[in-house]
Design a protein around this ligand. Structure first.
Ligand SMILES: [Zn+2]
Length: 154
């Protein structure tokens, strides 16, 4: 189990035989890898953690003023503009968006859950859908030959 025993037991909690939090590379830092394959549409894990009222690094938004702080598993999902997992923050479940072969990194789209990111960043996911610069879904970015200009939607 990736979660401490104090989190209790849930058959869908991520097992260390199925998932690992590993150093990917210098640019990405840590990521979550799966050691077994999953089918598209399959619920692959149940998330857990501490619910806090601020955005931190490694938090995921549950509602505008509630964030899940999970430094054991979901807080380390990497971003892709063409993700292979989707997060349901109401039920705290992770679903495969496509068939995921074993030894794959798990990629979510940070804009799926986050209104605002702890830190915006340039994306190099390589997808043909890549948005280039990543912020939350309520942030609108325009990159004008240099740092991003941030405007906030009403
Ligand atoms: Zn991208």
């Amino acid at each position: 189990m990736l979660y401490p025993a104090s989190f209790g037991h849930d058959p869908l909690f991520p097992k260390t035989s199925d998932f690992g939090v590993v150093d990917k590379d210098e640019a990405s830092g840590k990521g979550v890898i799966c050691y077994r394959a999953f089918r598209r549409g399959e619920i692959i894990a149940q998330m857990s953690g501490e619910v806090i009222d601020v955005i931190r690094q490694h938090t995921l938004q549950i509602s505008p003023d509630k964030h899940l702080y999970d430094p054991y598993f979901s807080g380390y999902f990497l971003h892709s503009c063409e993700p292979n997992i989707s997060l349901d923050m109401k039920n705290m479940t992770v679903t495969a968006l496509q068939d995921i072969p074993e030894n794959s990194y798990l990629y979510m789209d940070y804009a799926e859950t986050e209104d605002y990111l702890f830190k915006q960043f340039p994306c190099s996911c390589g997808s043909r859908y890549c948005r280039g610069w990543i912020g939350g879904k309520k942030e609108q970015m325009s990159v004008i030959s240099g740092p991003a200009v941030l405007t906030v939607n009403q």
